[in-house]
Design a protein around this ligand. Sequence first.
Ligand SMILES: Cc1ncc(COP(=O)(O)O)c(C=O)c1O
Length: 461
Amino acid sequence: MVEGGRPPLGHAPAGEPVHVFSAPKGTPPRPEIARAEGVYMWDGAGKRYLDACSGPVACNLGHGNARVLAALNAQAAAATFASLGHFESRANRAMSDLLAGLAGPGFERVFPTSGGSEAIEAAIKFARQYKVAVGEGTRWKVIGREPSYHGNTLGAFAAGGDAAAREIFGPLTKTMPKVPAPLTYRPPAGHDAVSYAEAAAAALDERIRAEGPETVLAFILEPVGGVATGALVAPASYYAAVRRICDDHGVVLIHDEVMSGCGRSGHFVTSDGWPGARPDLLVLAKGLAGGYLPLGALLAPAAWVERVAAIGGFAHGHTYTGHPLAAAVGEAVLTETRDRDLPARAARLGADLKARLTGLAARQPLIGDVRGQGLLLAVELVEDRDSKRAFAADRRVTERLGDIAQDLGLLIYGRRTNGGRYGEWVMIAPPLIAEDGEIDEIVSLFDQALSQLTAELAAAR
Ligand SMILES: Cc1ncc(COP(=O)(O)O)c(C=O)c1O
C-alpha cells in the first residue's frame, strides 16, 4: 500500500487489487489530479502543469470557468435529469437555439448526444433515414478517408481510417470504402500539396462512380484533422471540390468537427473559411461543453429533419439524449464562446503559436513539420528532416516526448495512430482563453522538452 492507503490509479503494487483498467505496459504512473483553474492543473503533490492540449483537445474554456460552474450548479439544483421522453428542458432548448444561431444557415436543428462518437453515429443514421425518407433507400455506404478518426464506437470506427486498428476490430464491422486523405507533408512522388489534394478529390469522384452512386450514402471528413493526421489542413480548393462532387452524386457531406469545431479552428464552423465548402451535416462535441460534461451534437437542416419527421421521426436516441445538466453546461460554454469572440481569439493566438513553433525548427532538428489552423496545431517528429524519415515505432518517441513534457509541467497530446504508417506527431491545442504570456510559456517548455528528448536519443545511439 502507498501512503494514504490508495495505490496510484491503475498501478497497483504486486498483489494489490485495483479495479480500474490498466494503462499500457511501460506507461509511467499518472499523478492524481487535485485541482485546475484557467490553463493550469495541479496534482496532489502541488506540482503545476500548463494544459497545452485542453485535455484531449476538449477544454476550450480552460478549467474552473465561473459561468459554467454557476450554470451547472443552478441546473443541478433545479433538476439533474429529465428524460426527453417525458419532458423538454429549458436548457436543451436554449443550448440548441444558441448553437443553431452560431452555426448559421443550414444547421437549424440540433440533436444532442453524450460525446463525439455518439454524434457521428447519429449523423450516419440520420443521413440514412433521410435518404430512406426521400426514396433513396439503396444508399448505405459511408466513404471515409485514410487516415482519419471519427470515434471508437463501431459505426464511427467503420467510417474512420486506421489500418492498424482495423487489424483488431475490423472483423466486428462492415469496413466502409476509403479514399486517400490529402496529406500535405509527404505527398506521393510527383505531387505537391496542391496537386495531391486535386488527386485526392478526383479519387473521391472515382470511388463514388466505382461503388455505384446509388449505393453511396455519405462522405465524411475532418475539415482540420485531429490525431489521425496531426491537424491536417488541405488546400482550400479541396473542400470546395469535395462539396461539388458530393452534390453531383447526391452524396451527403458530413464534416466531423468534434475536435476542430466551436471556435478552435478560428471559425465557429471551420468550413466558413473556405468558399463553397459547407457540409450537409455538422458534428460537434469536445469544445461544445468544454470538457465540463459529456456533450456532442449533430446539426442538420430543418428541411431534412421535417422529411424524417414525416416518416415517423428520427428512429434513434439514448438514455441521456438531451441531458439537462450537459445542455446547461453547453449553453454556458456557447455563451462564453460568443461573448468573448473565442473563434477570433483562437485565430490570433493560433497564428502566433504556429509561427513560433515553426521558428523552433531552426534549433530543434526533431521538428519535421508544424501544421494546423487556429489553436488546433500539431508538430510532426522526424529522425531525419531532409528525408522526412520517421522514427521506428519501438523508439516510442511521441510517448516519450509527452512524458518529458509532463515532467517539465507541460501537457501535450499524442498517440501513435495507424501504427505510425504516416509518421508521428504531438498535438498542441491550448484552451482558447489562453493569455499571450501562457503561449510564451508553452513555447519555452516545449523547446526544453524537445532538447531533452534530442539529448536522450543521442545518448541511446
Ligand atoms: C475528429 C474526431 N471525431 C470523433 C471523435 C470521437 O469523440 P469522443 O471521444 O467524444 O467519442 C474524436 C475524439 O477524439 C475526434 O477527434
